[in-house]
Design a protein around this ligand. Sequence first.
Ligand SMILES: [Fe+2]
Length: 613
Amino acid sequence: MPSSERNMFSKILLSAISLLLANVRYFLCSLMQFIPARKWVADPPIMGNQQTRWNKDASTGTSHQTQGLKNFLPSPSKEQITFHSPKGLQCISPLIQTVEETPEPIPAKIKGHIPKWINGSLLRNGPGKFEFGEDKFNHWFDGMALLHQFQLENGTVTYRSKFLQSSSYLTNSQHNRIVVSEFGTLAMPDPCKSVFGRFMSRFEMPQPSDNASVNYVVYKGDYYVSNENIFMYKVDPETLETKEKVDWSKFVAVNGATAHPHYESDGTTYNMGNSYGKHGSRYNIIQVPPQKSKCSDTLEGAKVLCSIAPMDKMRPSYYHSFGMSENYIIFIEQPIKLNILQIITSKLRGKAISDGISWEPQYDTCFHVVNKHTGEVLPGQWYSKPFATFHQINAFEDNGCVVLDLCCQDDGTTLATYKLQNLRKSGEGLDQIYNSISRAFPRRFVLPLNVNSDTPVGKNLNPLPYTLARAVKDADGKVWCTHENLHPEGFEKVGGLEFPQINYSRYNGRRYRYFYGCGFRHLVGDSLIKVDVETKNFKIWQEDGSYPSEPVFVPVPNATAEDSGVILSVVVSPTENQSAFLLVLDAETFRELGRAEIAVQMPYGFHGIFTSH
Ligand SMILES: [Fe+2]
């Protein structure tokens, strides 16, 4: 190359690097939009006929009765439950494929009985488009958000679905290729550009993704769809029309928020989001007021209640949800780490964002407790052996303690497993993928709040007679927590449990008895389970070749019993000509009341909510 061209090239390269450095802050601010959402796990294929219900007798959980001090805690490897290695898992590839939307409501075919008192909509979210032109997404979480609505009225059901009209969706559609990078997919340069232009595009700012495919959330009575991005979209719950795009950073100094906020009965909403500044990253607890001051309000009035420094500011932990009791927010800092340097240089290095996330079990899991009225971080230091968690079940206070129930895995590498190529495998390859991942199990921790220098060392500080969870102060003042299993022995046969739900409106933050979830004898949920936390009894609904979604509890109007209501779940099947259906179970007995069949192809989705009319 002639020297003049070399000089020109050097100048351009230096300019590009300067541009990159100048925009590091922008990269940091955009970081949270790329952080993923959710995980899963499971066990062997079900070979029974038709509906099978298990209703086990009470059995005690296998609690870990360690001596309390860290050095005496069982190692993670000893703690892991051993599983049979299932073989012959059904190929579920059709459940992870692009589908057409159904924008106009279509009537469902009712079998059995849909109670007439259920009037409202089950709104669900999940990926429904996995490629544009020749370009294909790599990870399940990358798929474009498809919004579903099952409308129940006077015993009838209609269904509709629409793709979220996000900028990512519209831009990709317009160019007929993947232009916007997602969690597991790095958008490639425009092939029409010159070689030099494609090289230089590595230095361009990435277009932030606003694909909101995880959940529906509610702020000030309005419905939004959310990932964990800096952006959310307001949507019309009646028509599924995409409305206003909302940028978290315009209201509070955060770069996104989880798709699992908590709600007070008056509509006040709490969430958590990360921020990135000159002092490194912070975990922030956000409070959004319950009401609008004017019609056009979105997040006005939101404030950061509390800001917590990570153990390592350049390697904060990933979190997907958090717990909330009557007076406290409980945040779990787990050893799934976000390597900020790797993430902000991912495009330069030709890597996807997912490449910067790692499971690092050399770190313990740490619990933070924050007074949600004052924003004060309680001074206690609660730790546990390393575990990964994505969904909290419930949290409540009792006798000076916070009781925290959540789904836990002993290994946090599951996120990387949910690549589309893995989910679409069949035969031995699919069995191997399934058997390579850790299952999630419901566990209870007890955090004694009043720990000080007078608290004795080496003694179990859990005063609650109904749980075998332990909390023992170490000589350095840390409290080491050991969980109680919220399930009976043999629960591994259902593949563990994820997508936990409760009677939220009445029991979130309060002592409760029942939770519901999906069993995972496959890479997606393959059964519905109800667990009694007092007796450890559980009931299960499952059908061969059917894959139910997260169970949503809807209470009977004016009910007094905790489980007086129904469970709604969308059941899909990879078998050709087998209809998807909305399943309605009696939440008390876990018996099927009815189903509403829809003759459309429907992918397996993530989360949803029920909204009453
Ligand atoms: Fe989730």
